[in-house]
Ligand binder design. Structure first.
Ligand code: PLP
Length: 387
C-alpha cells in the first residue's frame, strides 16, 4: 500500500548501486586531497579524479582535457554564460548579443536576465508549437554582434529535442560561441563531441544515476584557453576554471555513471521509448480527451507531457498519492503559476494548468505503468464528474 511508483526521472534519478559502490572508498581510506601532490595519499585522489574525467569525456568521445568538473548543471550553465560574457568584456571584444530560448531551464534564464542588466543584449529566438527553435528566425537574429548562443539539447518538461548541428553551424558561421544545456539529453540520445559543432556543453550527475552535487561543463580548448573566466577563484583546480577542492567521491560516482551510460544508455533509452509510446497509446485509448505536448518524434524517449482538458493537474496529482509525477518543471511547481514552457509553446493558461509530466527511467517497468494508467483513468473520471 505504501508502495510508490516513481515517474519523475527528469527531476532526479536514484544513484545506481554500482555507482555507490565505486564511491564508498573515497569517503574513508581514499580520503586524500587531489591537490596534495607531495604525497601518495593525495596522488591517489588525483588519479581517481582523472579516471572520472576520462569516463565523462568517454561518454562524448571528448578529450579529458575538455572536462571542467562543477557541482552540477546549474553551476555549469552559470560558468558558461558568465564566463563567456566576462571574458569578452575583459578582452575588449565588442560583441554584446546573446541568443537563447524562452523555454530554457531557469539555470540559463536567470543568469541571462542578470547579464541583460549588465548591458548584454539578450534576445530569444521563437519556437514552434512543439518547442523547436525556428531556424530561419534564428539565422536572422544572429549577427556580427552575436557573442554566444545558448540553446538546450532537450527540454525537461516536454522532451523536445533541438537541432544542435544546425544551430551550431549557424552560430559558428557568425564567429560566435555555441553553448548547450544537455542535462536531459545525456545518455538518452547520441551526443558526439567530435561530430557536433558545440563549444560548451553542460551536464549533471544526478540526472544520470550518479550522486547529487556533481556535474561538468565540456569546453573546447579554444574556449577554455582565453574565452572563459572562472566564477570561483582561489585555487588552480580544473585548469584554473573552477577553484576549490574537488568533491572526490561525487566525481568518482559521476564518472562511473557516465561510463555506465556509455555502455547501457542508448539500448535502455530504446526500452523506455517502447514503454512510453505504449503508455501514451493506452492512455489515449482510455481517455480520448487527453493530448500530448512536445514534438511527436524529435523528443526524449522517456518523457510524456500530458494535458487533460477540464481537470486541474494539481488536484489530479493530489489524488494519485502513489504516483510520483510532476507539474511542469520541479523549480516552479512550488508556485501556482502555470509552466512558462507550456505557455511558450502556445498552451492557454487553463490547458497548462491541466498538464502534468511523466518521465521514465531505467527502473521503470511495464507493470507499474499499467497500474499508473488504471489509477489515472479512475481519478480523471472522478474529477471530471465534479466539474
Ligand atoms: C536538472 C536540470 C538542470 C539543473 O541541474 P542541477 O545539476 O540540478 O543543478 C539544468 N538544466 C536542465 C535542463 C535540467 O534538467
Amino acid at each position: 500500500m505504501s508502495e510508490v511508483i516513481y515517474l519523475d526521472y527528469n527531476a532526479t534519478t536514484p544513484c545506481d548501486s554500482r555507482v555507490l559502490e565505486v564511491m564508498l572508498p573515497y569517503f574513508t581510506e581514499q580520503f586524500g586531497n587531489p591537490s596534495s601532490s607531495t604525497h601518495q595519499v593525495g596522488r591517489w585522489a588525483a588519479d581517481a579524479v582523472e579516471q572520472a574525467r576520462e569516463w565523462v569525456a568517454g561518454l562524448f568521445g571528448a578529450s579529458p582535457k575538455d572536462v571542467i568538473f562543477t557541482s552540477g548543471a546549474t553551476e555549469s550553465n552559470n560558468l558558461a554564460l558568465y564566463g563567456i560574457a566576462r571574458a569578452a568584456l575583459r578582452a575588449g571584444n565588442p560583441r554584446r548579443q546573446i541568443i537563447s530560448l524562452r523555454t530554457e531551464h531557469k539555470a540559463v534564464l536567470e543568469p541571462l536576465d542578470d547579464l541583460a542588466l549588465q548591458g548584454f543584449e539578450v534576445q530569444y529566438a521563437p519556437v514552434d508549437a512543439y518547442g523547436q527553435v525556428d531556424l530561419t528566425a534564428l539565422a536572422a537574429l544572429i549577427s556580427e554582434d552575436t557573442l554566444l548562443v545558448s540553446i538546450q539539447a532537450a527540454n525537461s518538461e516536454i522532451g523536445t529535442l533541438q537541432p544542435l548541428a544546425d544551430i551550431g553551424m549557424l552560430t559558428r558561421a557568425a564567429g560566435a560561441i555555441f553553448h548547450t544545456d544537455a542535462t536531459q539529453a545525456v545518455g538518452r540520445i547520441p551526443l558526439n563531441w567530435q561530430g557536433l559543432p558545440i563549444d560548451l556543453l553542460s551536464l549533471s550527475s544526478h540526472k544520470i544515476y550518479g550522486p547529487k552535487g556533481a556535474g561538468a561543463l565540456l569546453a573546447r580548448r579554444i574556449v577554455r584557453q582565453g574565452l572563459l573566466t572562472p566564477l570561483a577563484r582561489g585555487g588552480g583546480q580544473e585548469g584554473k576554471l573552477r577553484a576549490g577542492t574537488q568533491n572526490v567521491p561525487a566525481l568518482v560516482g559521476f564518472g562511473y555513471a557516465c561510463e555506465l551510460m556509455a555502455q547501457e544508455g542508448l539500448a535502455e533509452a530504446e526500452r523506455q521509448r517502447t514503454l512510453r509510446d505504449s503508455f501514451e497509446q493506452r492512455l489515449k485509448a482510455a481517455l480520448p480527451q487527453v493530448s500530448f505536448n512536445g514534438h511527436p518524434t524529435e523528443r526524449l524517449p522517456n518523457t510524456s507531457s500530458i494535458t487533460v482538458p477540464g481537470v486541474e493537474a494539481d488536484a489530479l496529482l493530489m489524488n494519485l498519492p502513489r504516483l510520483s509525477l510532476s507539474l511542469g518543471s520541479a523549480c516552479n511547481s512550488g508556485a501556482i503559476e502555470p509552466s512558462y514552457v507550456l505557455t511558450e509553446v502556445g498552451l492557454s493558461r487553463d490547458l497548462a494548468a491541466s498538464t502534468f509530466r511523466l518521465s521514465l527511467g531505467k527502473y521503470s517497468e511495464a507493470e507499474a505503468l499499467a497500474e499508473a494508467i488504471e489509477d489515472l483513468v479512475v481519478v480523471v473520471h472522478d474529477l471530471s464528474l465534479h466539474n
